[in-house]
Design a protein around this ligand. Structure first.
Ligand SMILES: *[C@@H]1O[C@H](CO)[C@@H](O)[C@H](O)[C@H]1NC(C)=O
Ligand SMILES: *[C@@H]1O[C@H](CO)[C@@H](O)[C@H](O)[C@H]1NC(C)=O
Ligand SMILES: *[C@@H]1O[C@H](CO)[C@@H](O)[C@H](O)[C@H]1NC(C)=O
Ligand SMILES: *[C@@H]1O[C@H](CO)[C@@H](O)[C@H](O)[C@H]1NC(C)=O
Ligand SMILES: *[C@@H]1O[C@H](CO)[C@@H](O)[C@H](O)[C@H]1NC(C)=O
Ligand SMILES: CC(=O)N[C@H]1CO[C@H](CO)[C@@H](O)[C@@H]1O
Length: 869
């Protein structure tokens, strides 16, 4: 390992009193009411410019200086920094800092900057890399001119991937700021929020605040989760990614440098850089560190139906009945808060939802699973002795507390409530007891945890308010919604075992996730689904995520693709938005198009809000119903492929849904595409996202592509083309070079799992293709660790298909057969075929050239050879 240190000569105060070029300005007055007077009083530079650019900016000579030279450590460097300015923007600046640079592997660098005091650190377990550093992909350069900054440089190309010479560093008690120059404008990520395009727009200055909030995703507003993570494609097609492990209220300013100015109001700077060099490798390296999502239970890849506002069990039943009657598959039915008695957690309404437990049992006998909602908080003013969740909570001392030691009180379902502190052991035990008792009441298959930002319809404590102190009223608040930390949540000085709410607020949903998943696994004894609204780095270890309370609008349908791509970057591929939108009335055309797209969300759930017209797929006319049925049957056909992608995610960290640029990074057109998405490397989804359109303009990168429907090859490559997309139809294409495992669809996955398998073989330019199938019992816990699974690869070469079983530890697989093949791209007339040397005559060739083979009846676990003449 070798790290270059270049310490440039000090060259004095030449920088002072000069206007910094506009693109490189770091806003020195990010708080409201900037004026020349306020700016100069703060010790900042004032230079006018265009509206929307920082007139008040950090002077070039502001920051810290290195003391001496960087000190070598066993795995990197330690640098001591001393403040070189008297200007203080928000008070309490650290005079001395330590920056450590730890080379954790060839592809992973950790940079930690702290003032040596006892500051909050996120209690996130970061896994070590698989291998020790041998020959790092990067070097580090330190500069002291005009102030301290450093560069991380990709060795192979000299590209500076991370450069902090953008404004000087600020490190004060409640305001930390670091500017980061990035090497290109192809950059993505930073969530959770709604972004207008997947690729960040560096043409202007845009703050992206992060602070968990019950906020429907709306134009960069801070929303439910916090994922301070971005990915950059460098100009030559290499890629790197960066995570900043911090849970305080924070923001990234996207700005024209191009770069990000990062600000947080607590904790410290703990930064990991992942050097890729491919986009997929950046995700793999990041998820190696923070953890990956478990393979969902097989039923979790089926279609899911939900709404808030079933007025009775009969309405729920009628919805389930008409879905089945329309031939639309369904695997999961949800119960939202309307199933509860007076909206109290862990109850059901014996009047409106009479016999719910029996109905859940009936659903399960038909192969439909049931998932109820649970809110995190408990109504505190129920008479003691009537509500076990409350009595036991008091007894086990589970509540978050005011500094006076009393539980704080917020206002949310169904009134005034206490909030459990999920970071406390007794709370975890209490929660597990409640979940177990609830299972005895309703035989659920998973749990839906909502409102865990945590939400509160008020500002802090609704009984005593919030004290005026440094936590509730810090000197600086990032550009979060209402610019008030306590708005819609707890006072920031509420105590939790793992820290004061000021530091831990955005970890609330995260802290609820592990105890819920652990308890549900214990109780069910098998894999299940816990789906959470609020998430943080590493939440993927425990929970799925739906993209929140969106609206039934076309623009939200489009935004859902961007959000889904984000969560695939964040290591949480089991995600999806509420199909047909949550808020507002949907309509038949939009809902039909959304069902077509949503059939390809990994987490595929139609959900609706109280008061809106019904929007379940069977409520619409026959053409719409047929469209949804067809799209979902294609999904069910491809679940073995989707399931295999989740195995690759869990074991390698690959994305499940990915942007085209993951596969075609060198094609710059792909860098801006966010209206199409891929499943893995082999399947392209090109939905209609606009009202009144019956065609779609889709991009086909340079490869062979075949229509999913008839195997016809697309006649363009490396170009956009206009595809017909009539009302009931979504464009789906298979990429040459891939073999996709399939299974005949059915009305739910219990049934489809009994059906024969098939293969879709799509040939590339060399007439080659390959693929993998992962399969297991669908509900055992962490099968990739227990080893109880089946894994096989398929290769097609020179007219011959072969399988190679790599693991055969799922016993039922020996009873399953491969029955069909769809072979795309043979470009000639197929005159015959043999299976293990024997002629097989049950095949046809379509006008498109696709060869369809039936009745193979080959055991999945036995090696075979199939040759096409
Ligand atoms: C900071 O203030 C002190 C005392 O006024 C002065 O001696 C020193 O030069 C100042 N330092 C800088 C970097 O301006
Ligand atoms: C739903 O279907 C079941 C079984 O066919 C039937 O018993 C029940 O009455 C139906 N319920 C409603 C509300 O349509
Ligand atoms: C909480 O439980 C964990 C795991 O059982 C244990 O290691 C830890 O010491 C406990 N903490 C407290 C405060 O009891
Ligand atoms: C391809 O297959 C044909 C017969 O099907 C065989 O004659 C030929 O040698 C094969 N070529 C290669 C490179 O394996
Ligand atoms: C499939 O093969 C099995 C033996 O492997 C045989 O028992 C069965 O009848 C065959 N099914 C069909 C439809 O040919
Ligand atoms: C991503 C997304 O769908 N965002 C929408 C959610 O709902 C708000 C309205 O509350 C819309 O403005 C967003 O566009």
């Amino acid at each position: 390992m070798r790290i270059a240190i270049v310490i440039l000569a000090l060259c004095a105060a030449a920088y002072a009193q000069q206007c910094v070029p506009v693109p490189d300005r770091v806003d020195c007055h990010p708080d409201p009411d900037a004026s020349e007077e306020n700016c100069l009083a703060r010790g900042c530079q004032w230079c006018t410019g265009d509206e929307g650019t920082p007139w008040c900016h950090v002077p070039a000579n502001y920051g810290y200086k290195m003391v001496g030279t960087p000190e070598e450590t066993p795995n990197g460097y330690r640098v001591t920094l001393s403040r070189s300015t008297n200007a203080s923007y928000f008070g309490n600046d650290a005079e001395t800092l330590t920056a450590t640079f730890e080379v954790q592997s060839d592809y992973r660098l950790r940079i930690k900057i702290t003032d040596g005091t006892d500051r909050f650190e996120v209690p996130l377990k970061i896994n070590p890399p698989a291998s020790e550093p041998a020959s790092p992909l990067f070097s580090i350069e330190f500069t002291n001119d005009p102030v301290f900054s450093f560069k991380v440089i990709r060795q192979s190309t000299g590209t500076v991937v991370f450069d902090t010479s953008l404004g000087g560093l600020t490190f004060s008690d409640q305001f930390i700021q670091l500017g980061i120059k990035i090497p290109s404008t192809n950059a993505y990520g930073i969530g959770e929020n709604e972004q207008p395009s997947y690729r960040h727009d560096f043409s202007k200055f845009t703050p992206v605040p992060l602070f968990a909030r019950d906020q429907s995703p709306t134009g960069y507003k801070n929303s439910y989760g916090v994922h301070p993570y971005y990915t950059v494609i460098e100009n030559d097609g290499n890629a790197h990614s960066v995570v900043i492990v911090n849970s305080n209220a924070q923001e990234f300013v996207i700005q024209p440098t191009p770069g990000y100015v990062y600000r947080t109001i607590g904790g410290l700077l703990d930064i990991y850089v992942f050097l890729g060099p491919t986009v997929e490798e950046t995700v793999q390296q990041f998820t190696e560190a923070i953890g990956r999502q478990s393979i969902p239970p097989y039923f979790g890849l089926g279609f899911q139906l939900c709404r808030w506002g079933y007025d009775s069990i009969e309405t729920m039943q009628a919805t389930v009945n008409r879905t089945a009657a329309a031939g639309i598959p369904q695997d999961i039915q949800y119960g939202d808060i309307d199933i509860m008695q007076s909206e109290l957690d862990f109850t059901y309404d014996p009047t409106r939802f009479h016999d719910l437990p029996a109905y859940v049992t009936e659903l399960k006998s038909k192969g439909i699973k049931f998932i109820p909602i649970v809110d995190p908080f408990i109504k505190y003013d129920e008479p003691r002795g009537t509500y076990p969740a409350l009595d036991l909570g008091d007894q086990m001392d589970v509540w978050m507390k005011r500094s006076s030691g009393e539980p704080w009180i917020g206002n949310c379902w169904p009134g005034q409530v206490y909030y459990p502190d999920y970071s406390r052991n007794s709370t975890k035990q209490w929660w597990a007891i409640l979940l177990r008792e609830y299972k005895n009441l309703i035989d659920y298959d998973g749990i839906w945890i909502d409102m865990n930002e945590p939400a509160n319809w008020g500002k802090g404590d609704v009984v005593v308010g919030c004290e005026n102190n440094k936590y509730n009223n810090p000197p600086y608040v990032p550009a979060i919604e209402t610019r008030d930390l306590v708005d819609n949540t707890a006072c920031m000085d509420v105590e939790q075992d793992f820290g004061i709410h000021y530091d831990t607020h955005s970890l609330y949903g995260w802290s609820e996730s592990e105890p819920t998943t652990t308890a549900v696994r214990d109780i069910l004894g098998k894999r299940s689904i816990v789906v959470s609204r609020s998430t943080f780095l590493g939440s993927g270890n425990w929970v799925a995520h739906w993209l929140g309370d969106n609206m039934s609008t076309w623009s939200n349908m489009k935004a859902s693709i961007i959000a889904l791509l984000h969560f695939n970057l964040f290591g949480m591929p089991y995600a999806g938005s509420d199909i047909c939108g949550f808020g507002m009335n949907s309509n038949e055309e939009m809902c039909t198009r959304w069902q077509q797209l949503g059939a390809f969300y990994p987490y595929s759930r139609n959900h609706n809000a109280l008061g809106n017209i019904e929007q379940d797929p069977a409520v619409w006319g026959p053409e719409s119903r047929e469209s949804t049925r067809r799209a979902l049957l294609i999904r069910y056909t491809l679940i073995p492929y989707l399931y295999t992608l989740f195995f690759h995610h869990k074991t390698k960290g690959s994305t499940v849904v990915r942007a085209l640029f993951h596969e075609f990074t060198k094609d710059p057109v792909t860098h801006g595409i966010d209206e199409q998405m891929m499943w893995g490397s082999g399947f392209l989804i090109s939905p209609v996202l606009r009202e009144g359109h019956d065609s779609v303009t889709a991009y086909f990168p340079d490869a062979r592509w075949y229509s999913y429907y008839d195997g016809a090859e697309v006649n363009v490559r490396g170009a956009y083309t206009n595809l017909d997309a009539p009302f009931g139809f979504i464009n789906l294409h298979v990429r040459g070079g891939n073999i996709l495992p399939t299974q005949e669809p059915a009305m739910n996955t219990d049934a489809s799992r009994q059906n024969p398998f098939g293969l879709i073989i799509a040939l590339d330019d060399e007439s080659l293709a390959e693929g993998t199938l992962y399969y297991d019992d669908g509900n055992s816990i962490e099968p990739q660790d227990s080893g109880l699974y089946f894994l096989t690869s398929y290769t097609y070469n020179n007219g011959t298909l072969r399988n190679q079983v790599e693991r055969n530890e799922f016993s039922e697989m020996s009873q399953k057969v491969l029955n069909t093949i769809r072979l795309m791209g043979v470009d000639r007339e197929v005159t015959g075929m043999t299976v293990n040397g024997n002629a097989h005559t049950d095949f046809t060739q379509l006008p498109s050239g696709e060869v369809q083979v039936n009745n193979l009846n080959l055991t999945m676990v036995t090696p075979f050879t199939i040759t096409f003449q």
